[in-house]
Design a protein around this ligand. Structure first.
Ligand SMILES: [Fe+2]
Ligand SMILES: [Fe+2]
Length: 309
């Protein structure tokens, strides 16, 4: 383990934060978004795992439109759950000194800035969702199950006996998420076929996240040398689990969405998609996580087939 933290990177990020952070620079754009054109979809149809399923393409245009509205809400729910249930608890733990090796001021400053950004991200996505609910007159919604990324974290936590194991799982889930979330945000951030606000929010969010991935890489490099052998083994074991949880299509959410839009054979549609090969990854960009495992020199111990990318 030869990697040492790059305090120059942390200092540059911390110094540029007051002018870079979207919470400072883009609050107005969010408050006064472009006018809402009801003919423009809320979410790109190509991202639906059942986009080409005959039972979906045969549905009425209003029904498909409603599915896209709900899909946009689901997309935001997944982001918010990652911030609220995974990233923010981890940043709080880092600030509270749970992980030895992270007590340098340069680390704490960058982590606290990151934490502020994340709370703002939840706010941005929350505002965007509320606007959609108003303009599309969404009166009721199906209950969404907890997101796949969070469900898998809870499942992994259940199999542990020690608090340090659970802390480490949250840390690994956050590491994967901070380093890979841009791939999820970029699914929408450059899309010109959807509501402009629905590309803008992920685009603004992604701008902050490109700094967060650099922060998280330094945080992990700082604390990894302080982990015991058992903790390092748990860290290495958790990376593929977290990656799988992060890139997975969330099939569980779709039957209720399709049913809510009045589309028949909802369960069959989703069942067919689950079975279709090559349709089970939502995000396919692993470049960030490959970089961190290389920097930690644990590349050969990670049990993950990156060639699926
Ligand atoms: Fe975020
Ligand atoms: Fe982040």
């Amino acid at each position: 383990m030869t990697s040492t933290i790059d305090s120059g990177v942390l200092r540059r990020l911390a110094n540029s934060w007051p002018n870079r952070a979207t919470v400072r620079t883009d609050m107005d754009r969010l408050a006064e978004p472009e006018e809402y054109d009801r003919a423009v979809p809320d979410y790109p149809v190509r991202l639906l795992p059942f986009a080409e399923h005959p039972a979906f393409t045969a549905a009425a245009p209003e029904q498909r439109q409603q599915v896209l509205t709900l899909a946009w809400l689901v997309y935001n729910e997944r982001v918010i759950a990652a911030e609220e249930h995974v990233a923010n608890p981890t940043f709080a733990m880092i600030m509270h000194g749970v992980f030895p090796g992270t007590d340098a001021f340069a680390i704490k400053q960058a982590v606290q800035q990151t934490h502020v950004d994340e709370v703002w991200h939840t706010y941005m996505h929350m505002i965007a969702m509320q606007r959609t609910r108003q303009v599309r007159a969404v009166a009721d919604e199906p209950g969404y199950p907890p997101t796949v990324t969070y469900r898998r974290l809870v499942e992994a936590e259940r199999k542990t006996t020690e608090q340090w194991e659970r802390d480490l799982l949250k840390l690994v889930w956050t590491t994967v998420s901070e380093i890979s979330i841009n791939a999820y945000l970029e699914l929408l951030s450059r899309d010109t076929t959807i509501q402009p606000l629905h590309a803008l929010v992920p685009r603004l969010h992604a701008r902050d996240e490109s700094a967060h991935s650099s922060v998280m890489i330094e945080v992990v490099k700082a604390l990894y040398p302080h982990l015991s052998t058992a903790q390092r083994q748990a860290f290495v074991r958790a990376i593929p689990q977290a990656l799988n949880a992060f890139v997975a299509q969330d099939f569980d959410v779709w039957p209720a969405v399709l049913r809510h839009a009045g589309i028949r054979d909802a369960d069959e549609i989703v069942h067919d998609c689950r079975r279709a090969a090559g349709n089970n990854l939502l995000v396919r960009d692993f470049s960030g996580i490959r970089r961190i495992v290389r920097e930690l020199e644990i590349e050969d111990r990670i049990d993950y087939d990156f060639s699926a990318a």
